[in-house]
Design a protein around this ligand. Structure first.
Ligand code: ZN
Length: 444
């Protein structure tokens, strides 16, 4: 590390000093149920937090028409009115260091049946070293860590010499359109760091994801003459079993895909939703399945989608020979996977920061899920470092994030920022005096 040991020590100490405040702010953010299209109040909170830090603020609603011009955009069936990103920019007086985007998503997935939670998903208590709540791990702890990592540098009497964009984006859990919209708005930097819950590790590779809805039509009739009808729900299950065969073929291919060879089952087709039928005493006239599929990096979304459609159009009858047709419509992610190529400067700086904090080498791994890192890696040629804290039960009941892991990751991010962007001592000015009075800045 180029960073002076004394500076590194002061930065790390500043994380500890402000850590209670960091946790309190994370809890406050978790208490905003920022489900899809309901992110605005959480974004208000982040907007204010960034503005209070003196960042140059930008906030806009996503534009479905502009997004639709991008090949990596997800198809949208919801209104984007009041669904927007918040970006705060730090600009050093003299920009000498490397620039950085610190990204995180504010949207969270639905909580599911509340009875199954030990407590409200929106209470955000800290119990036995875990901070609970929907979105605690995925990824509000990381989103907040980005800001407090920056605070620690300034509290240590230093300021970064590279430009930094703090991005709080929406739509990560369904389309990836939030980060894409920020890219379309022109935000670029020399690297991006995204503190998703990654078990104190760095993501080396991840899959792309496509969402679609598949509809099968039936022939309704009274069950007394059931054999004269055609049950759309039974038929949809039959079609799904053919998709499972495609899934098995893609998994059998894993040896051809770097970083996926050793995963047991890298490609998961998830039947995530089902609707169908109108009446218990009518043979169902229709059935719709919501399906999520994964694709290897290097496989284009167009190629995967073509294979899916080919599979579906090959199913022309059910097991009994009744003719059927399955129609698939894209309705969310249309995203390709990516690989973080080894040997980037950004990775080596993160390795140094991680080693300093954890006293251990940074491990990397492959994750078979979607990450916004692909937006930056595929469409802006930026090294995308997805690296964050230990969590449990993301997208499940009693989601939680490990508090001490958050502390370490925040330290690591702070040292990464300092090393990547460079730092210089803050020169005393009236503005800084105000900070000093708040105890935010120590004497250099
Ligand atoms: Zn996430």
């Amino acid at each position: 590390m180029q960073l002076q040991p004394e500076h590194a020590r002061r930065i790390v100490d500043a994380i500890d000093t402000a850590f209670d405040a960091q946790l309190a702010f994370t809890q406050e953010l978790v208490r905003h149920p920022s489900l899809r299209t309901q992110e605005a109040s959480a974004q208000d909170l982040l907007f204010d937090a960034m503005r209070d830090r003196g960042l140059e603020m930008d906030r806009w609603d996503l534009d479905p028409e502009e997004l639709a011009t991008h090949p990596g955009a997800g198809r949208v069936a919801v209104s984007y009115e009041n669904v927007g990103n918040v970006v705060g920019t730090y600009r050093p007086e003299r920009e000498e260091g490397r620039s950085l985007i610190l990204n995180g998503h504010v949207d969270v997935v639905p909580e599911g049946p509340l009875d199954e939670w030990s407590r409200s998903p929106w209470d955000a208590p800290i119990l036995d070293g875990w901070l609970y709540g929907r979105g605690s791990g995925d990824m509000k702890a990381g989103l907040v860590a980005n800001l407090f990592a920056f605070d620690a540098i300034r509290a240590a009497g230093l300021e970064p010499t590279g430009r930094i964009h703090f991005q709080s984006v929406v739509e990560e859990e369904c389309t990836g359109n939030g980060s894409l919209s920020a890219l379309q708005r022109g935000y670029r930097a020399d690297a991006v760091l995204i503190p998703e819950p990654e078990e104190d590790m760095l993501v080396r590779a991840n899959t792309g994801v496509i969402w679609f809805t598949m509809r099968v039509a039936g022939r309704p009739i009274h069950p007394r003459e059931m054999s004269a009808g055609f049950n759309a729900i039974d038929a949809a299950y039959h079609v799904m079993s053919r998709l499972r065969e495609l899934e098995a073929r893609w998994n059998a291919d894993k040896g051809q895909h770097r970083f996926f060879e050793d995963l047991e089952h890298p490609i998961n087709f998830n039947l995530g939703g089902i609707r169908g039928g109108d009446w218990p005493s009518s043979v169902p006239a229709w059935c719709e399945l919501d399906v999520r599929v994964a694709l290897y990096p290097g496989v284009t979304a167009d190629a995967a989608w073509a294979e899916i459609q080919e599979c579906l159009s090959s199913v022309t009858a059910d097991e009994a020979g009744n003719p059927l047709e399955a129609i698939a419509t894209r309705n969310g992610f249309y995203a390709e996977g990516y690989v973080l190529e080894e040997g980037s400067d950004a990775e080596s700086v993160l390795r140094g920061a991680h080693r300093e904090v954890f006293n251990d080498e940074l491990k990397s791994f492959t994750t078979p899920g979607y990450l916004d890192g692909r937006v930056f890696a595929l469409y802006a040629d930026m090294p995308a470092l997805v690296y964050g804290p230990i969590s449990e039960a993301i997208h499940g009941y009693d989601e939680r994030v490990d508090v001490e892991s958050v502390r370490r990751i925040t330290k690591s991010i702070a040292l990464f920022i300092a090393e990547w962007c460079g730092v210089t001592p803050i020169e005393a000015s009236p503005g800084q005096n105000a900070l000093a009075e708040n105890g935010a800045v120590q004497t250099v």
